[in-house]
Design a protein around this ligand. Sequence first.
Ligand code: NAD
Ligand code: MG
Length: 395
Amino acid sequence: MNGVAILGSTGSIGRSTLDVIARHPGRFRVVALAARTRHELLLEQCRTFRPALAVLGDAADADLLAAALRAEGLATEVAVGERGLIAAATAPGVEVVMAAIVGAAGLGSTLAAARAGRRVLLANKEALVMSGRLLLEAVAAGGGQLLPIDSEHNAIFQCLPPGPPGVRAPGVRRVWLTASGGPFLRVPLASLGAVTPDEACAHPRWRMGRKISVDSATLMNKGLELIEAQLLFGLPPGAVEVVVHPESIVHSLVEYVDGSTLAQLGHPDMRTPIAHALAWPDRIESGVQSLDMLRLGSLGFEAPDRRQFPCLGLAEAAARSGGTAPAALNAANEVAVAAFLEGRLNFTAIAEVIERVLECQPAKPVGALEDVLAADADARRAAAGCIEAGGGWRA
Ligand code: NAD
Ligand code: MG
């Protein structure tokens, strides 16, 4: 039995992970579950999966959960906040950690899981984009594994020979990251300023949390994934290409020097990459139907429009700058997306805020985690100031 901790268990990835695990009761045992809010849902998950530890972001919610667990005679212990997340990631009996917290909030627990030598299933791309090689070094030092959950990176992983993360596989010329194009692929640029959060979150192919849904609508998600791919597969900026593929059937491709291009295909359902990484190198049922090639019809591929989606270009520039630039990009994006979701910022101003933050915060080299955290904090402050000033820049 593999002991599993799920960080972000109440989210879209967390719930899909529990769905896969529930199909294999003899193979996986849930040891720890962690979320920020939604204590009722976490209680329900504790009833079903009986973890040793449950973690919530807030002490009052944690007290409510602990009282409910006691009342039902469940032995699950309850912990709070960042210390609780790290306890969950490193708890005895945990071999696999699903890192599915959204945003920078997942960095500390993902690093802790890596340092402790766990198999880290990385959905939380922001943690890798921010910390870059530091996370890869933590995986190497801990002696564990890092398996990508992001569908594109999981697809690339499946098309590559086995090898350590961060090292370019021999014979790889480049990788092609597919992008659905999000809900605004065919929407005229002029009308994007007025789109609402609900419109931005109505993704045509994937059902996901609200932050990544907005990132998919701006194409920042693909920008973050471009940085994620460079790091995971040891590729220089020019060796990762983005191609728009609206059907979301081909999840990404690896191009080799001999003219071969390998792809992974499947229905757009995250349970496939989750099941792949949970069981790797075995294969297990995920609950996802196989593709019916006779009904698939034609698949389209086109170049992304960087004028319509400036976030992609901003991420490419941050990838080229390196150092703290990806952390600053990510932090500015998190602040801008939160403001958009709260109705304080226009959709098109998300890219403007990020651009201004990056202009005034030149990339510095990353020696240690403190450099990343400082860049993250500076960019958050700068982005908040920018938004407060109504889209204008405030030094
Ligand atoms: P979501 O918003 O549905 O869920 C986020 C989860 O993280 C929730 O359980 C929430 O409680 C938890 N969380 C947030 N802040 C926390 C904190 N401070 N402490 C503890 N828990 C916290 O998001 P999601 O769509 O499941 O995405 C999760 C991550 O996976 C993101 O990094 C996203 O980019 C990545 N990802 C998601 C998908 C997808 O299909 N949903 C696909 C690829 C990658
Ligand atoms: Mg993805």
